[in-house]
Design a protein around this ligand. Sequence first.
Ligand SMILES: [Mg+2]
Length: 339
Amino acid sequence: VFGLAGLMSARGRTIAELGEFGFLSTLLQRLRGGAGVVVGPGQDCAVIRCGGRNYLYTVDALVEGVHFDPRWASPRRVGRKSFMVNASDVAAMGGRPRFCVVSIGVPPAYACRDLHALQRGIVQAARACGAAVVGGNLSRSERVFVSIALLAEAPRRLVTRRGARPGDQVYVTGSLGDAALALQQLCTKPAMEPSAALPRRLLEPSPRLRAGSFLVGSGIVSAMIDVSDGLLQDLGHICRESDVGATIRTASVPVSAAYRRVQGADRRLALSGGEDYELMCTVPVPQVQRLEAHRARLGCRITRIGEVTRSQGVRLVGPHGETVDPVTCGFDHFRSGSQ
Ligand SMILES: [Mg+2]
């Protein structure tokens, strides 16, 4: 129970001091499950039960100056990505996006042409994922923001961040680090050619809906999360929720050819950079063979990168079997929610 003493001490602090996850943990203690709440806050999506069916429900926002810079993110791409980041949370629980409502804020001087492009980006992304935009709201704001709430069909089987067990194998889809590398390049050279492969990974993420749906529906995975905040951070969420640890072989973490050309064997951005929107899952050993046999049904690569351990925390093992300190990989404990 969230006591008065906790409330008082939290009130005197700023959100920056408390941190995103610190704040959320105090908030979550006050949100109680109600009728129809199958899975409450703290997962990629909530699961709600309505009219005899389960639905996934999630919300996310993109804010100018925080999540994008208008110099390199066109209004259409901002709209598209605003939907896709929500769809990625749905993919993490194996759901099927259906309906969304949109809240947009723009300054009065914002061009109507750009607002149309923003809306087109949202509508096209929703359609591409089998969903419809069914309502919205436009408000005046100093900075552009887009907030989307997405409702999705839930799969019969529920997979959250909580099911990982010692011995389970850790897998990740696609490749990691391209988005973080693109961000690094765009921040130093904003005029970069926008059609280049790396920026596209940052500006036009493709949520792994097909893979998520298969991995959950087939019963192959024990826990899953989408990699939005970086592999180390998001694996930390699975470990905390499941009360386990994990060992990751850094050399096994999949990176693209474009990443390798720039970074060589350096996997730091792949380990700690965010915005990949890939899926990370844990697979019990008896299911590994089934996963290997059904790879083609995922629509993307999937790579085994380590395993779940009984001892807590994430341990990194380098290419020669040496232990690697996550902090040297850019892992920020102040962002990790481990306080
Ligand atoms: Mg997520």
